[in-house]
Design a protein around this ligand. Sequence first.
Ligand code: ZN
Length: 428
Amino acid sequence: MATYTPRTLQLISVVFLATLIAACGVNPVTGERELRLISEQEEIKLGEENYQPTLQSQGGYYYLDPALNEYVNDVGQALAAESDRPDLPYEFKVLNSNVPNAWALPGGKIAINRGLLLELENEAQMAAVLGHEIVHSAARHGAQRMQRGMLVNIGMAGLGVGVLLSDNQYAPLILGGAALGAHLTMARYSRSQELEADLYGTRYMHAAGYDPSEAITLQEIFLRMSEGRRTDFLSGLFQSHPPSEERVQENQKTARRLGPEGRIGEEKYQQMIAGIREAKPAYDTFDDARRARRDKDLDKAMTLVEQALEKVPNEAAFLSFRGDLLKEKGEKKRAMDDYNAAVNLYPDMFSYTLSRGLLHRELENWAEAEADFKNSIDSVPTSLAYLGLGDAVAAQGRRDEARQHYQTAAQADNWAGQEARKRLEEMG
Ligand SMILES: [Zn+2]
């Protein structure tokens, strides 16, 4: 063990302090001094880079209801305008998932799941949820967790939960940087961050004209649900935002200070979510279909997904899933039709282009496979798409290019990475 003279120790502490002072900032929401190792530009970049991968690995954007998305975004933007950081590039999207959840990435990138919208009663409650998420983003809660290295262990420990939360079979293959968003959305906020998000979130909703007492009602609903231990909530919203009696009480104090006046917006809200309420049984059936597939009952999975498709024929997730089943049964032509339909409905979704690319690879349609893998990587990079891209360009005689793609895939610590390392060895 090294021993330091008092002089050396003094020097070390001076250097340490200087570093701290240089990295010190004022929290844009609370006004408190804080350590700032991640700059605002870095925060915004983090949010922008991780928004698509995080959305897509948890079910994707709910493209079937643009009006609902516009409504959620309008409410979110009105709240953000009242926030302490109105200039962040805020975005609010509805995520296509039954799991009741909402999350915020640094830099104002926010999502609320279809499944959570169905649990809320009115616009004011939705404003309470979105306001709370705005604070997590604006007050740099995610950035603070990253600074403290609190996310490091989530990388391993959170994986099981991630698979649960995820709607996507390829999610575990997402490459390094792009997988960060999933960790950020699953890590638990601290008690003080939760209280801070409630306090300022309620202020923003009040400033935007909503009745702050709905934030109390919402917290009461959540607390009851967490006591009932609804597993979908435990792996969703309550994993990252644990409800508590303390939060109910603090919200009561905040609402009393602000006064009860404001709108609730029940009729409009119910009108806007009517579509997802009607579609809910189809998504429940789809969840059953996925469970049947996991249990290796392909016939049952097929029957169920057909039922889901009868109710919502233009849901790309259903079509792509049926494509997977058909491919497993060896019906490649029909599988391709389903993948084509899914990609046409939601061209940006990395998993649909990846699935189709894999089928093209099997059929040795190399140019088509190459295009699909490239598009998939443009949306969300995965080790599997790089592996496939390597195969597709190698088959077209472009060995050096193939080697580069294999090298990228080989960095991943999963089966696709292992395959890529094998290919590189074979190439010599
Ligand atoms: Zn929270």
